[in-house]
Design a protein around this ligand. Structure first.
Ligand code: BGC
Length: 875
């Protein structure tokens, strides 16, 4: 037996993260006959000193064992876990975690490049030091930053500190810079970009300077336990070669301005190493400046001065780093009728393109992204105002080039070569540039996979995976390409179950929900339509259902999938805050417990409404009330789990009243939903709103008839699509759900696959059957919501669903269908690896099931159920 995947707060070997409350998890593999854990023992060491010992604890939970321990700032702790299994085998694992500055005071002061109202700039300090074995950098740069110590890029991440609610908190990153300090003169540079903090953000032109109108940084460098450098007015500032950047429009990098800036990686060229001689004509004094809007919305910082607040708002990071995950070479170079040169990377991805450049000084290369070609020509009008352009101006040196403070989403890149006057010149040898596309996202990994006997279904599965990869760059965005890329809560909510199946998401969502709770704190518990919230009116609205319901649905899905009671407890106030807000809204209008008014996106983009527009036909107040019931029930369940008995009773009672009110208002005397849409019935079935099992079954029949009447096609939007196939399957029409999956014409999932999609589209007909893009203004080819079909594939086709949180206990109920030939599903859950496979051969179906150590599955095959413990089984 071996211990693997040792995590602290869902992170392996975290460095400088928010670790309070502290929670440990681990997995046992190579179990050879062992089934259950008898006990586990956690020990924590500070240096050699044992500071915590749980003893042999039979209640220790490998999904989440929280330890109440006061930690010290900037301190590394070693921890071990020892596990005894029921066959007498024992295994031990060792790992570590290290704290950041926590709430410690800062020696560093906020500084800013002088001209940073105009351009973001670079901050730097030349200092003398000694080589140090162990060194740490604690830093926050606003808007976004990259740091270089002696020309080496510090850390593997990009676009730090990411996108969060800066008016509540600002994340500090901790970097190990062991070995980068040298004896004598050293140089630290902080490159700054506008990012989300002050760059253009929001649609319809958007806003600039959302959280501040210049760029800033604060940093401290430690050698061992000694602070050897801190930001102050003795730092210098200089102009950056990044002469323009923002999230939507891209970046202009003028390599001629690298003169005097010794760098690596930013635009690699070793011959720059001695260039610091010329520094005097480049550098001037930096300014002390306070980012005076940091933390301005946080109630507990209200009575502080702006300066004090700007320090108090600093906190150890929550977010996963944004990293390069995979690379793609050019698949094909296209020469279009308009004489454009377009690089096709074969997959729509979020990230950027890197290349080698040795053009003469002044020559430029311009790269523009798009997701589809039209009439064999380059097209990106659906990006609306987002320019999505990277321009590099050569200084005549050979350099490796990449963007710094932007990202795009693209499959196609139009490449243009311009001479010093800006005239386009033809490429002579495109291969010489070695163009390579890098996919960037938050650093989480896949845990789920499904492979079937149908290549188109497999492509659909991959497309939905890409929907997640491309849209989870620090916040779950609606889309990664046009002038939006915002943390729309409705999109995030409907996809969250799928996201939790696909990838290991607890740390990612922990950060999103932290921002969400912050925003809720000044909205009376209401949840904004986008998190972080945009401030100035336009979409800074809140409380629309089921967008706001993200406040409960996401933390609850995260709990069901990963089983962390500690994280549930952290999220509880936000969950309750949303339901209390809904309750006040409900009670402000006379009548039973329902949502009776307000604007709700509801079944956004459904096709069932005879009225043109993005709104579905299902009554928005029915949907809002159903979610009100669902969320209130989840809060009651969460309260019971966390031992808040009074809350559990109160919300249980409220949920019962809401359910009765929904049944009275929206259901007929036979217990059937009066909203006669696919979505209406699916909600009734999946959220348990029918009065009894017979009514639920009858609702299922109605749903099935409705699908049949619609030419056996779906017509659902964001809400209905997530639950339509589960509702059909739950009520005995599983084979009709497979019909919907396999439909190749519009509207259906494989329609997009047949048209060459490599991601999930925003609309069922984002592209018409002749390949023309739907001209409606809101049309992205990378919106993950309809990718939520994957949750049905995991939970029903392969049939693996959590029966107890974190899959400590699973229900495995595969729904085999000969048309798919076979299904192989593996799911590396928090509790360990489950597999569910089936295959048809000569009309007979065989199954193979795997259950991990210390877990249990209730297997249901042909209506018969049996309990399986750890092991591999064939039927
Ligand atoms: C976004 C959506 C979002 C919607 C709400 C759109 O512009 O792209 O996915 O949820 O607005 O209205």
């Amino acid at each position: 037996m071996r211990i693997r995947d040792m995590r602290v707060n869902h992170l392996c070997e975290p460095l400088g993260y928010q670790l309070s409350p502290l929670s440990f998890s681990w997995k046992c593999t190579e179990i050879e006959g062992a089934k259950k854990q008898e006990w586990a023992r956690i020990r924590i060491y500070h240096g050699e000193k044992l500071i915590y010992d749980s003893g042999e604890d039979s209640a220790a939970d490998s999904l989440d064992t929280s330890v109440d321990l006061a930690l010290e700032p900037r301190t590394r702790y070693r921890w071990t876990v020892e596990v005894l299994a029921d066959n007498g085998e024992c295994a031990c694992g060792e790992s570590f975690f290290e704290t950041g500055k926590m709430q410690e005071n800062w020696n560093g002061r906020w500084i800013s490049p002088k001209a940073s109202k105009e351009t973001p700039g670079i901050l730097r300090k030349v200092f003398s030091a000694e080589a140090a074995e162990q060194a740490r950098l604690y830093i926050c740069g606003l808007g976004v930053y990259e740091v270089y110590l002696n020309g080496e890029k510090v850390g593997q991440e990009y676009l730090a500190p990411g996108y969060h609610s800066y008016d509540f908190h600002a994340q500090v990153s901790t970097y190990a810079v062991d070995g980068l300090l040298k004896d004598g003169e050293n140089e630290l540079q902080i490159w700054l970009g506008d990012g989300w903090f002050r760059g253009r953000l929001g649609f319809d032109g958007g806003y600039t300077d959302l959280y501040g109108d210049r760029t800033y940084a604060i940093a401290e460098l430690y050698a061992g336990n000694t602070c050897i450098l801190a930001t102050d007015e003795t730092w210098q500032c200089g102009k950056s070669p990044v002469i323009f950047s923002n999230i939507y429009d891209g970046e202009v990098f003028d390599a001629r301005m690298l003169k005097g800036i010794a760098m690596s990686d930013a635009a690699e060229n070793s011959s720059d190493a001695d260039a610091s001689e010329k520094q005097n004509d480049v550098w001037e004094s930096a300014e002390a400046a306070i980012p005076d809007r940091l933390g301005e919305c946080r109630e507990n910082l209200n009575n502080l001065t702006a300066e004090a607040r700007s320090y108090a708002a600093l906190c150890d990071r929550m977010n996963l780093p944004i990293v390069k995950k995979e690379s793609f070479p050019i698949q094909e170079v296209l020469h279009t009728p308009k004489k454009e040169t377009v690089l096709d990377f074969g997959q729509e991805l979020t990230g950027w393109v890197e290349f080698e450049c040795s053009l003469p000084a002044g020559m430029q290369i311009r790269l523009t992204g798009s997701e589809i070609m039209q009439n064999d020509c380059f097209y990106n009008e659906n990006y609306r105002t987002a320019k999505t352009e990277f321009t590099y101006i050569s200084d005549g040196e050979k350099r490796h080039v990449r963007p710094h403070f932007t990202f795009y989403c693209f499959r196609y890149i139009k490449a243009e070569l311009l001479d010093a006057e800006g005239n386009e010149v033809p490429f002579t040898d495109i291969d010489a540039f070695g163009f390579i596309a890098w996919h960037l996202r938050s650093d989480f990994d896949a845990i789920g996979s499904i492979e079937t006997g149908n290549a188109k279904v497999d492509r659909l599965f991959a497309n939905a995976m890409w929907g997640q990869k491309d849209n989870f760059l620090d916040v779950p965005t609606d889309c990664p390409q046009r002038d939006e890329r915002l943390g729309w809560t409705g999109d995030a909510q409907v996809f969250s179950e799928t996201a939790c199946y696909n990838m290991f998401m607890p740390a990612f969502y922990r950060k999103y929900l932290w921002d969400m709770r912050a925003e809720q704190s000044i909205l009376g518990g209401s949840v904004p339509n986008v998190v972080p919230r945009l401030k100035q009116g336009m979409v800074a609205e809140h409380g629309s259902c089921p967008w706001g319901d993200a406040g409960v649905v996401i933390p609850w899905n995260v709990y069901l999938h990963y089983g962390s009671r500690t994280l549930l407890a952290e999220c509880y106030e936000g969950m309750k805050g949303w339901v209390d807000n809904q309750r006040r809204r409900d009670e402000s209008v006379e009548g039973p417990h329902l949502i009776k008014d307000g604007f709700h996106f509801a079944d956004w983009l459904a096709l069932d409404n005879p009225m043109p527009g993005p709104f579905g036909a299902t009554d928005p107040l029915y949907i809002a009330s159903a979610y009100y019931y669902r969320c209130t029930s989840a809060v009651a369940d969460a309260a019971a789990i966390l031992g808040y008995e009074a809350d559990a009773a109160e919300y249980r009672k409220l949920a019962g009243e809401i359910k009765l009110a929904i049944q009275d208002t929206y259901f007929d005397e036979n217990g059937l939903c009066k909203c006669e849409t696919q979505t209406g019935s699916s909600i009734a079935i999946m959220y348990g709103l029918n009065k009894d099992e017979a009514a639920r079954k009858a609702e299922g029949e109605k749903l099935s008839e409705r699908v049949t009447a619609n030419n056996n096609h779906l017509n659902t939007g964001f809400v209905g699509t997530t639950i339509l196939c589960p509702a059909l399957t739950e009520t005995g029409s599983g084979s009709q759900a497979v019909d919907l999956l396999l439909n190749e014409d519009y509207p259906g999932w494989l329609y997009s696959v047949n048209l060459g999609a490599t991601t999930i589209w925003e609309r069922w007909n984002s592209v018409e059957s002749d390949g023309t893009i739907n001209a409606e203004g809101m049309n992205s080819l990378n919106h993950y919501s309809y990718g939520s079909i994957e949750a049905w594939m995991y939970g029903y086709t392969a049939g693996i669903r959590p029966l107890e949180p974190g899959f400590r206990k699973a229900r495995i109920e595969p729904h085999a269908d000969e048309r798919l030939g076979h299904v192989n599903c593996s799911l590396q859950t928090a509790a360990g690896l489950y597999r569910s496979s089936w295959k048809y051969e000569d009309g007979r179906c065989s199954y193979e099931i795997e259950v991990p150590f210390n877990a249990e599955a209730e297997l249901v095959l042909d209506g018969k159920s049996m309990t399986l413990t750890a092991g591999v089984y064939r039927f």
